[in-house]
Design a protein around this ligand. Structure first.
Ligand code: BGC
Length: 748
């Protein structure tokens, strides 16, 4: 086989790329802007030819070196200019080893955990010849109806920004060119999480102040951490689709933020400009997108077909095209592909005999991360931890659900590798000499239409398989198991497809079939422990009132069953905190902690009309942002400030003493919130500005200090200037966003 010989002049990136562009034909340039999905879009044989002809610049959805090698050979050894192709894939929470979903990672409030999970994912993906991922997904969302909230990290700009940075660092490592690094493409730029009504792909209408203060910071954080790319969102923003949004992609992203990397359209989004109603035909759609600054066109041939004529006729300037090509080539350069296009693919001799082999997984890392990702919502009467050696009934449609436990977007994860809760508890119980009885108890839903919807895209094998027994028989079996046990663990919630792209819900309740099971279990009088698996906040009023303990596990991934068992039996003390508010009902949406002050706020305990409330249920969330219990108890002292005034450019320190007042070692997250009670515009009632996770032994006390400076006080005002306005500020510190201690200081 021919060998790749690096071209001369590689030392100087800009000169090298300019030199290459000068030698490219118009068609070769346009080919570089085409990102195609391998599989449904094109047959393999045709792909090799297209790549060799310089008509494809990047591909996605191939997941082994053996698959990628011949594609790269077609590009780097056979195409006229030997320009390597890049391989992309959606590695959102793990590649072969599946880590907890975004909401679970965010619940850890531990940036080392986030970074570590991204690092492992990158190394696994790079070992399969993959160069870039469409992640992290950093869309802020305040609407749990939206199914894609599961991929993201919650509702808070500060927390999501921190996670965005940690993810990018983990994915890209110290150098993008390293053979075990992959490039991060942060998505979906912008505001995708704010689709109206939580209905996927819907429009977004938002004030500039809200954008700048709340929704844009995480994208910017990802970029500042060095993310090589940005994926453009499918939605429109104030009437202009992101894909044709010159303000968004040129003025803001490249202009104000100085972004130098690659922009990628979302799947078919350029063609969808016609559906949006801003382009009359494909020609106009292609022109709008390239002029707005969309470099790579995903999963269509619209650039390929339209750009030649648009550029030849002078409608699109060749410089515009060249700028996009420069970004694509720049990415390939940074990924080290011009130096060695096979740096991630490696030699065939090194290919694993079985890409799915067990020894390629990182189970210990996945278990450690999953243990940090769960949130204990309730624990009454010492229901948890379960007594070792106890007789336990494990029931529920998610107790033995190897596909669901991986969560959506599970990349190359294989369900045969998943440890289900049943497996995890069986092992634990066997080791302790207890007893475990298992009964499914209910289907995830009995609604045939929903099952059909969830299975629509699963061509090879349906994900949701119904137990055909009558519901009553399944419940009876579960109740019998409960009667013979000391405690019941019910694994309930959503199948993973219910919290997925295109899976928006109008209700946040646990589906009726499962609720009926829970009601029957409750009637047995046995301690009832709920293990929730779901990808969005659920409305858990009934569950809160009726269960003895509730553990929110989201979707914990490959090692989920072990990690959940570790928590249930008390080998691990849960320390996760909610990265998102849990509303009481769907009618309360949007319900988020950092809402603006208003003129007629509702005040708890003060009855009266004409304040802002819903009159049929208590105001406020069921579980607030930042909330999560532990098997131990903590106390927090009053806030101490190092000074009552803050001079410009200076800092003061705000501290509390946190003590473990219980009997077990445990970790908690101390949270710093700031309120600006009188500003030039209405400001949030509080905003997270810092947090610290700490582990305390029983009786141990630690002082936690936060530095507060102008940085923490700044916001975008009505003119979109970033300012810290003089006056009084409230510092609030607590172990969740609701229960805080407060002190004030003045900024001069
Ligand atoms: C999703 C993106 C994803 C892309 C490629 C789209 O449907 O919106 O998040 O990266 O597909 O798989």
């Amino acid at each position: 086989m021919q060998r790749y010989v690096p071209a001369p002049g590689l030392e100087n990136k800009a000169a090298f790329i300019d030199g290459l562009i000068a030698r490219m034909t118009l068609d070769e340039k346009i080919g570089q802007l085409r990102l195609i999905s391998i599989g449904p879009e094109m047959t393999k044989a045709r792909i090799y030819d297209e790549i060799a002809a310089g008509r494809i610049g990047a591909t996605f959805n191939t997941v082994t070196s053996a698959e990628n090698r011949p594609l790269q050979e077609a590009a780097a050894l056979r195409s006229r200019l030997r320009i390597p192709v890049t391989f992309a894939y959606d590695i959102v929470h793990g590649h072969r080893t599946i880590f907890p979903i975004g909401l679970g990672l965010a619940s850890s409030w531990d940036m080392e955990v986030v970074r570590q999970s991204a690092r492992v994912a990158a190394a696994e993906a790079a070992a399969d010849g993959i160069d870039m991922t469409f992640a992290p997904m950093v869309d802020i969302s305040r609407d749990p109806r939206w199914g894609r909230m599961s991929e993201g990290f919650g509702e808070d700009p500060f927390l999501v920004s921190e996670i965005a940075r940690a993810s990018v660092r983990g994915l890209q490592g110290d150098s993008l060119a390293a053979p075990d690094s992959i490039m991060a493409v942060a998505k979906h730029f912008a505001l995708y999480g704010a689709v109206e009504g939580g209905r996927d792909y819907n429009t977004v209408d938002m004030s500039p102040m809200r954008m700048y203060n709340d929704y844009l910071p995480p994208y910017r954080a990802a970029i500042e951490a060095g993310a090589g790319g940005v994926m453009v969102a499918l939605n429109s923003i104030n009437g202009v689709p992101a894909t044709s949004n010159t303000w968004l992609l040129r003025d803001l992203l490249r202009g104000q933020w100085g972004f130098k990397g690659l922009t990628v359209s979302d799947h078919g989004a350029i063609t969808e400009l016609m559906q949006h109603g801003v382009a009359g035909d494909p020609r106009e759609a292609a022109r709008l997108a390239v002029e707005a600054g969309v470099d790579l066109s995903m999963a269509d041939s619209i650039y390929l077909e339209q750009l030649p004529q648009l550029v030849r006729s002078g409608t699109v300037r060749e410089q515009t095209l060249d700028a996009a090509v420069r970004e694509v080539l720049g990415t390939k350069y940074d990924l080290g592909l011009f130096h060695d296009p096979f740096r991630r693919i490696g030699d065939a001799a090194r290919d694993p005999a079985d890409a799915d082999a067990e020894e390629r997984l990182h189970r210990a890392e996945a278990r450690a991360v999953a243990r940090e990702s769960m949130v204990l919502l309730e624990n009454r009467n010492g229901a948890l931890p379960l007594r070792k050696g106890a007789r336990i009934a494990l029931v529920g449609p998610l107790a033995d659900a190897p596909i669901d436990i991986m969560g959506s977007w599970s990349a190359s994860g294989k369900f045969k590798h998943s440890v289900t809760l049943l497996q995890g508890m069986r092992e634990a119980v066997a080791a302790q000499g207890g007893q475990l009885r298992h009964a499914r108890g209910a289907n995830a839903t009995d609604d045939a239409r929903i099952v059909e919807y969830l299975n629509f895209m699963n061509w090879d094998m349906p994900e949701v398989v119904q137990d055909q027994r009558p519901a009553e028989a399944m419940i009876a079996e579960a109740v019998e198991a409960a009667r013979q046990s000391d405690a019941v663990v019910a694994a309930v919630g959503e199948t993973r497809g219910m919290s997925h792209e295109s899976s928006s819900r109008t209700s946040l309740e646990i589906p009726a079939s499962q609720r009926a099971l829970l009601a029957a279990l409750k009637a047995t009088g046995k301690p009832l422990v709920l293990v929730l698996m779901n990808g969005r906040p659920l409305a858990l009023g009934w569950e809160r009132d009726n269960a003895d303990a509730i553990l929110e596990t989201w979707y914990t991934g490959t090692e989920g069953g072990h990690a959940i068992s570790d928590v249930l039996f008390g080998d691990v003390n849960p320390a996760g905190k909610l990265p998102i508010t849990f509303p009481r009902s769907v009618g309360q949406i949007p319900q988020y902690y950092n809402h603006l002050r208003i003129g007629r706020p509702f005040t708890e305990g003060q009855p009266g009309n004409y304040t802002s409330q819903y009159f049929e249920e208590p105001n406020g969330p069921l579980y607030p942002f930042g909330y999560g219990r532990s098997y131990t108890d903590f106390s927090v002292s009053d806030v101490a400030l190092s000074a009552d005034t803050l001079e410009r450019g200076g800092t003061l320190s705000a501290s509390v003493a946190v003590k473990n007042t219980g009997q077990r070692a445990g970790a908690t997250v101390v949270q710093l919130y700031i309120e600006d009670p009188a500003a030039s515009v209405a400001r949030p009632v509080k905003e997270l500005k810092g947090f610290r996770k700490l582990m305390l032994q029983p009786g141990e006390e630690q002082v936690v200090r936060f530095a507060v400076g102008e940085e923490q006080l700044r916001f975008f005002n009505a003119r979109l200037e970033q300012v810290a306005e003089p006056g009084r500020f409230n510092v609030q510190i607590g172990l969740d966003s609701r229960d805080v201690k407060q002190r004030s200081f003045e900024l001069r």
